[in-house]
Design a protein around this ligand. Structure first.
Ligand SMILES: *Cc1c(COP(=O)(O)O)cnc(C)c1O
Length: 485
């Protein structure tokens, strides 16, 4: 136990008479239940939830009395007060824990805030498929059992140019499954410059270890040459692996081997080559003023046996791990029984198929997939949006609130394009009598919560990731804070 805690315990006061008198006034659960049944302040509450909420409410009152809370007196046990507290508790426990919120951080692929938003048409398809029976594993033509992956195989091959495709729960799973299938008990050669940690404790060396493959590190942190790969090949070698460095970037005196050269080396030694592409995108972002990232098509064209990437990073679809490549390798991965443990579910499949359909036409994808739309948003659109919020906040006509427009940079997020600066406009807000921290907390407690950041004592909202219809919601949140705080 730490010394602070011990100190506190020593100083703990004994319960005085006034507290004891108050404690005796706290009614029993049955008494409040009876009150509730007479007035029903909230309708249709399951009995178990009600009883638990009342118990929690009464426990809280006792705790406050014991803590010597000066606000506690007999009025706290009036019928109205008890019912109001219980109703608050009931409402809280009837709410969902996972709720929508407003992302005003400007980080487009925000892993903590749900990464990618599904297009409306995609979300509707998910609702449709998941609330009815479907041909998930049924071949409608032959009338026999079919493959779970068949609904996305063709479209993935079509838009990536690969021979074969399959999907699992996420890209971490895709990397693990590929290594387990192709290299368990054998060696995998990886450059020291690509032994990355992606976040959420996904580290290439650790995934390698859990798959049962042995990591053979080659080259140096900044420079790796083809001769390094070739020098490490021996009988135990099963795979040559390249990993996208995703969330970090190396500049200066650096060298890496191109995927094409590695594929040629693999062919000479009859060794499969894999690329963990990380984010994975079908659109060349350099056409839209962003930095160049190799597309899935370009990666597949270089000829590796396996390419893996996420469905919910730059692709903007549901959480999933997509594996494309050569037929012989993909068939082996599909047949691995471990696949069952990380298999993709029907809602994800429905979302993925519908998202991939949008990629058949690039301009459709860029306008319909929210992730792509937000990444390629013209600065003037963001500036207009910021102006609209700024105007609405001024129209609240409250002297306590000061709103300013700020130029800043948004981030791509999701461990993609770490150096990319996306010019954006933010609205910063200060409210007299509230610290920036307090305002930040109140905005997080709003319905729906608004997540921004604190900068120079302002609560700052980046308008790139705020949707148009959310401007009114944000304005009401401020209005409420101004009247209540
Ligand atoms: C993000 C990432 C992963 C993990 O993908 P998830 O879909 O989050 O499981 C693996 N490898 C690389 C290079 C990544 O960037």
């Amino acid at each position: 136990m730490n010394p602070k805690k011990i100190g506190l315990q020593k100083r703990k006061k004994t319960v005085d008479q006034k507290q004891q008198a108050l404690l005796r006034k706290v009614p029993g659960v049955d008494h409040v239940l009876e009150l509730w049944d007479r007035t029903q302040p909230v309708e249709d509450v399951p009995r178990a939830v009600l009883v638990r909420s009342i118990r929690t409410t009464l426990d809280r009152l006792r705790t406050r009395i014991l803590a010597g809370d000066g606000l506690m007196d007999e009025t706290m046990f009036s019928e109205n007060q008890l019912l109001q507290l219980a109703a608050q508790e009931v409402n809280k426990s009837m709410e969902f824990n996972l709720k929508r919120l407003i992302n005003a951080t400007g980080v487009v692929v925000h892993t903590n805030l749900g990464r990618s938003l599904l297009p409306e048409t995609v979300a509707r398809h998910v609702a449709d498929i998941s609330s009815r029976y479907s041909n998930l594993e049924f071949d409608l033509e032959k009338g026999v059992r079919g493959s779970r992956y068949s609904c996305v195989e063709d479209i993935l091959c079509e838009i990536s140019g690969a021979e074969a495709a399959m999907v699992v729960n996420n890209n971490a799973g895709a990397v693990f499954l590929s290594l387990e299938t192709l290299a368990k008990g054998k060696e995998v050669i990886v450059s020291r410059g690509e032994l990355v940690e992606i976040g959420g404790s996904f580290r290439i060396p650790d995934v390698m270890a859990s798959s049962g493959a042995r990591l053979v590190e080659i080259g140096t942190t900044n420079r790796t040459h083809l001769s390094d790969y070739e020098g490490a090949i021996r009988d135990e070698t099963a795979l040559l692996l390249k990993v996208h460095t995703s969330n970090y970037s190396m500049v200066g005196f650096t060298a890496e081997v191109s995927l094409k050269d590695l594929v040629a080396l693999g062919a000479r030694y009859h060794l499969p080559v894999m690329k963990d592409l990380g984010s994975g995108n079908f659109v060349d972002f350099s056409k839209y003023g962003l930095m160049k990232e190799p597309t899935v098509q370009e990666t597949v064209a270089a000829g590796p046996d396996v390419v893996s990437f996420s469905g919910d990073k730059m692709l903007g679809g549901p959480q999933s791990g997509i594996i494309v490549g050569r037929k012989h390798a993909i068939e082996r991965i599909k047949d691995n029984p471990i696949n069952r443990a990380i298999r993709i579910d029907k809602m994800t499949l429905a979302a993925l198929e519908a998202t991939l359909h949008l990629y058949r036409d690039e301009s459709t994808a860029v306008s319909a997939v929210p992730t792509l739309r937000m990444l390629t948003l013209p600065p003037r659109v963001i500036a207009n949006r910021a102006k609209r919020l700024w105007n609405r906040l001024r129209k609240l006509g409250n002297d306590r609130l000061e709103a300013v427009m700020i130029k800043a940079s948004s981030r791509v997020g999701g461990g993609a394009l770490p150096l990319q600066e996306l010019p954006t406009k933010c609205v910063g807000v200060r409210i007299d009598g509230l610290s920036a921290n307090a305002l930040d907390r109140l905005m997080r407690q709003a319905v729906p919560p608004v997540i921004g950041r604190i900068e120079n004592d302002l609560f700052v909202m980046d308008m790139r990731t705020v949707q148009d219809e959310e401007i009114a919601i944000i304005t009401s949140a401020f209005k409420r804070i101004l009247t209540e705080e």
